[in-house]
Design a protein around this ligand. Structure first.
Ligand SMILES: CC(C)(COP(=O)(O)OP(=O)(O)OC[C@H]1O[C@@H](n2cnc3c(N)ncnc32)[C@H](O)[C@@H]1OP(=O)(O)O)[C@@H](O)C(=O)NCCC(=O)NCCS
Length: 212
């Protein structure tokens, strides 16, 4: 799976990854939250050295797309090379440093398995109080409460930096829509045929979340 990055040998044997797959969801979430407070911080701010894990996570979403033609992320036509990934990451990191983005990651057993980020849509303009949110978790860690924790943490860190958070989601992405509604996002429209994947179109729902 994924790429041939140097870290990828440290897979599969850990207790936490085992717990992630086998423990009941509520116990897993408890351990995750405990981890936040303990030595192995689990939901945390993005760090500079998360690049390898994030690139590997991103490449794994191309595998998801191969398995599921309705997979709910928007993809480039061509899988980006590692050089393009490095450019994306350094751009994200500088946006964080200059106050135009917030990003949190979920870490399990020392490996980043998901990220949620918010970007200022038009810095330096009358739209700069609005942020665009994106989130993705690696396949084997979905449905365990990580996405919800990651979103809540990220939205908490957006307070004082943004006033409105918006997102776009495929209308077919039931899991994501249900999570967003649970958190308090409200629908404000649907853009028909927003995404064109091959000869297939997907409508996207637009949602917003007003921060206090
Ligand atoms: C969408 C995504 C971020 C959600 O994160 P997650 O960790 O899987 O979700 P959680 O386990 O935190 O679930 C939180 C809520 O989502 C909903 N949910 C979770 N799994 C679900 C499922 N299989 N079907 C329907 N709703 C589901 C529920 O409302 C759940 O709350 P509940 O368990 O109290 O009912 C994650 O599944 C993902 O990365 N998917 C692939 C990429 C993607 O679609 N990103 C979003 C693009 S807009």
């Amino acid at each position: 799976m994924g790429t041939d990055f140097p870290y990828s040998s440290k897979k599969d044997s850990s207790l936490l990854k085992w717990t992630g797959r086998h423990l009941p969801r509520n116990v897993f979430v408890f351990l995750l939250m405990e981890g936040r407070r303990g030595e192995g911080e689990m939901i945390r701010e993005l760090r500079w050295n998360d690049f390898n894990d994030l690139a590997d996570d991103y490449y794994s979403y191309f595998e998801d797309l191969e398995e599921d033609p309705e997979f709910g992320l928007v993809f480039p036509f061509k899988r980006p090379g590692i050089d393009e990934e490095a450019e994306w990451f350094s751009s994200l990191y500088s946006q964080i440093l200059n106050g135009n983005a917030v990003a949190s990651v979920a870490e399990v057993d020392g490996k980043v398995v998901g990220m949620c980020d918010v970007h200022r849509i038009r810095p330096g303009t009358e739209l700069q109080h609005t942020g665009l949110l994106g989130i993705a978790i690696r396949k084997e860690f979905r449905g365990k409460g990580i996405g919800e924790q990651l979103m809540r943490e990220t939205l908490g860190r957006c307070r004082g930096k943004f006033e409105i958070i918006i997102l776009d989601v495929f209308v077919t992405n039931k899991r994501a829509i249900s999570l967003y509604r649970k958190i308090g996002f409200r629908e404000f429209g649907i853009l028909p045929r927003s995404v064109k994947r091959g000869d297939r179109y997907f409508d996207e729902m637009k949602m917003y979340y007003p921060l206090d």
